[in-house]
Write a protein that binds this ligand. Structure first.
Ligand code: GLC
Length: 734
């Protein structure tokens, strides 16, 4: 028996070499032809794999890798987090870091910042640079992007995602994924689906209508699959209609692999698989991170006890599960390999290079949102007679550490204070910490080691003598703040006594600006205490330079909010329906706001948010005019002129929302269906054209379980924020 295997494998390896060289020579093979050849090669591999080898490919062999088939020269698959940087190496079999000295990388801004840029081209550059770093670190799968919809400001992981609007998230995620995968590294869109909070994340059961599921929560995943051809997708921890979403009959078999024809690999979240039968029959292909406590951690190799390991093998051998089930999983895994570590023309990667730093800086500066700017507080000139007090813990606190699985070991991280010091060569920069929050730890809150009073006294002393105060506050990436884990934020207002300190400072110094470092909306009842507010997100390695770019006016801010800031927490749709809606009661949760998420809710209920979705100021002003909309065949074309009427070069985002006030079904007043960012020199005018396929006006019709474009009149709202519409035009769809 052994001789035959050896002989087969020699022939096989030889054919592998022949195949890969032939691929190199025939570079001009198009995707389709390579597809056909790869499929037939996969057939031949499957035909020589033993059942044991097939099963071994369907589950982890370590924290972040799966077995290949050594006998046939089929490699292991190596994965790494995360959505905005390649995580440091983790130990083989524990959550500790491996302590390597060559795994530092570029920390890119978190995806809320990328979404705020409203710049799909930039999303492509972001994805490509990140994919290059993953390739350099020899990862075949990058465990990101996350595209779960922002449903409440309390979700600890909102900073990792792309906001409250499915169209914005869909439009930004496609180029990001394509960029990553150009490096021969699979992106892994996550967490599919309805993982919109961290509270009870691994056991809460979500109930939501088909309509809201398809119109709000699935679009970004559908775009990832059908437009970006994502090669991997990660299931979520939570349940939906009583079944775990990681192996779900409706979500995985019917919608993902059926309707959307997904040909990639479904990977579990770490320990989100729960039974062999469901994992096998409901579309899970690769089981990772299963807590094997119930399966015997003391066993010599507990990976054999995974649901898709020995228990799966047993059911295959007994015939309870047909071999075709494991063959489909293996086919998908081999397809992933041929796209990554078995691809013959895979580029080499690189990391920590200047181009990546420039992309990180560009995303950061384009994502920063200017929220308030009274008396032209910003930009601040670099004047030798000026003393600027930079106060607040977030001026120096690392924001790449913490937050959970997306935390990074950055080669460097320019703090806001450092960035301001580097940029302001003439002005005097003084600093005081002002308040303390304690260490960034995954699952506990450590008190600040500093005496609050002495911090306060020191900050007040520094503020009193300064001409201008920049208060750098916000949230942190630690437990109960902007972080992953089994609990969400527990307060909407700013923590750690920041506001008391701000009030003390304001009493002594009128010139205060706030640099808000968060990945979530927060209470802003302190707004009248400050003249300027800049929302800066978690910006990664180049944070300080990007903040200084904006504060100094070297770059004119152009970011637009990817989610609404409610005036008070109860204004938020999910929260307004009480505990059943958020965070759930007895592990059951009902999305009672249905399709009215974010600005859709505020528009419909006539609630004014503190800051609206799509809102963001500039140091200059823009005028929209000559707005028109018409329909030709299956496309609606919206055009408008944008003029820069101020004296700063800058960029504006023209946003097109569509509504149907006489619809036969409940609808939001308006929904984002198109946007375009345009750069304008002072005084310059440009014409912008935005095309909207008529099919995108469809609502999900539960009576036919399909999309349905109503005939009749629609309103086209055109403006530069969801609450700043310049013109509304009626068109009629025949
Ligand atoms: C975590 C996260 C997921 C991450 C995975 C591996 O629990 O939910 O986003 O990729 O485990 O760290």
């Amino acid at each position: 028996m052994n001789f035959i295997y050896k002989y087969t494998s020699i022939i096989f390896c030889f054919s592998l070499i022949v195949f890969s060289t032939s691929c190199k020579q025939s570079e001009e093979l198009n995707e389709q032809k390579v597809g056909v050849e790869i499929e037939s090669k996969i057939d031949s591999i499957i035909s020589v794999l033993t059942l044991e080898e097939k099963v071994a490919m369907c589950h982890a062999q370590s924290k972040f890798s799966t077995k290949g088939v050594e006998r046939l020269g089929i490699p292991e698959i190596w994965m790494a987090d995360g959505p905005h940087g390649v995580r440091a190496e983790i130990s083989w079999d524990a959550w500790d870091y491996a302590g390597w000295t060559n795994d530092s990388i570029t920390a890119f801004p978190a995806l809320t910042c990328l979404a705020s840029s409203f710049n799909p081209k930039l999303a492509g550059e972001f994805g490509f640079s990140l994919g290059e770093e993953a390739r350099y670190r020899k990862k075949d799968v990058l465990l990101g992007p996350g595209v779960n919809i922002y449903r409440t400001p309390m979700n600890g992981r909102n900073f990792e995602y792309m906001g409250e609007d499915p169209y914005l998230a869909s439009t930004m995620v496609v180029p990001y994924i394509k960029g990553v995968q150009k490096n021969g590294v699979a992106a892994c869109v996550k967490h599919y689906a309805l993982n919109n909070q961290e509270h009870w994340r691994d056991k809460v059961n979500v109930e939501v209508s088909d309509r809201a599921l398809h119109e709000i929560y699935l679009p970004a995943f559908k775009a990832a699959v059908t437009e970006a051809n994502v090669w991997a997708l990660m299931g979520a921890y939570n349940k939906f209609r009583g079944q775990y979403t990681t192996h779900h009959e409706l979500l995985t078999n019917k919608i993902l692999k059926g309707d959307w024809k997904y040909d990639g690999v479904v990977i579990s979240d770490w320990s989100s698989a729960h039974t062999t039968m469901e994992a096998a029959m409901n579309g899970l292909d690769l089981e990772m991170g299963t807590g094997t406590d119930g399966l015997g951690t003391t066993t010599s190799n507990h990976y054999d006890h995974y649901y898709l390991a020995n228990p799966f093998l047993k059911k295959l051998k007994s015939g309870e599960i047909p071999v075709s089930v494991v063959d489909d999983k293996v086919r998908r895994i081999l397809r992933l390999m041929h796209r990554t570590n078995m691809s013959s023309n895979r580029p080499i990667g690189r990391a920590n290079n200047v181009e990546h730093h420039e992309v990180a800086r560009k995303v950061a500066t384009e994502g920063i949102v200017l929220l308030k700017n009274e008396n032209n507080f910003f930009p601040i000139k670099d004047d030798k007679n000026l003393t600027i007090a930079v106060i607040g813990e977030n001026a120096t606190r690392s924001m790449t550490l913490g937050g959970g699985s997306s935390e990074l070991k950055a080669k460097f991280e320019i703090s806001p204070l450092q960035g301001l010091k580097d940029r302001y060569k003439n002005a005097t920069i003084v600093h005081a910490m002002g308040y303390g929050s304690g260490a960034s730890v995954y699952d506990q809150v450590l008190p600040s080691p500093y005496n609050a009073d002495s911090l306060r006294v020191e900050a007040i002393k520094v503020a009193k003598t300064a001409d201008i105060v920049l208060f750098v506050g916000g949230l942190t990436k630690s437990h109960l703040q902007d972080s992953e884990g089994n609990l969400d934020r527990e307060q909407f207002d700013l923590p750690f006594g920041q506001i008391e300190l701000l009030n003390d400072i304001k009493a002594l110094n009128k010139k205060v600006g706030f640099i808000l470092v968060t990945g979530n909306a927060v209470d802003m009842s302190w707004l009248n205490q400050v003249e300027g507010v800049i929302q800066t997100w978690y910006l990664g390695s180049m944070a300080g330079h990007a903040i200084a770019d904006i504060v100094s006016g070297d770059v004119n801010p152009s970011g637009k909010l990817p989610f609404s800031f409610p005036k008070k927490l109860e204004d938020n749709a999910a929260v307004s329906f009480g505990k059943t809606s958020y965070p759930g009661v007895d592990l059951n949760q009902e999305y009672k706001e249905d399709i009215l998420v974010g600005y859709r809710w505020y528009d419909t209920k006539n609630i004014e948010p503190q800051y609206a979705f799509g809102y963001g100021m500039s140091y200059t002003n823009f005028e929209l005019s000559n707005i028109s909309a018409n329909q030709k065949k299956s496309t609606i074309t919206v055009t408008c002129d944008v003029k820069n009427t101020g004296d700063f070069e800058g960029a504006e985002v023209v946003q097109v929302y569509v509504g149907k006030s006489d619809s036969k079904v409940k609808r939001a007043i308006k929904e984002l269906k198109g946007f375009s960012k345009v750069n304008l020199k002072n005084g310059e005018t440009k014409s912008v054209t935005i095309s909207i396929p008529v099919e995108k006006l469809a609502f999900y019709d539960e009576s036919i379980s399909d999309w349905n474009v109503e005939k009749g009149n629609y309103e086209i709202h055109v403006g530069n924020a969801s609450n700043n519409i310049s013109d509304k035009i009626e068109i009629s769809i025949k």
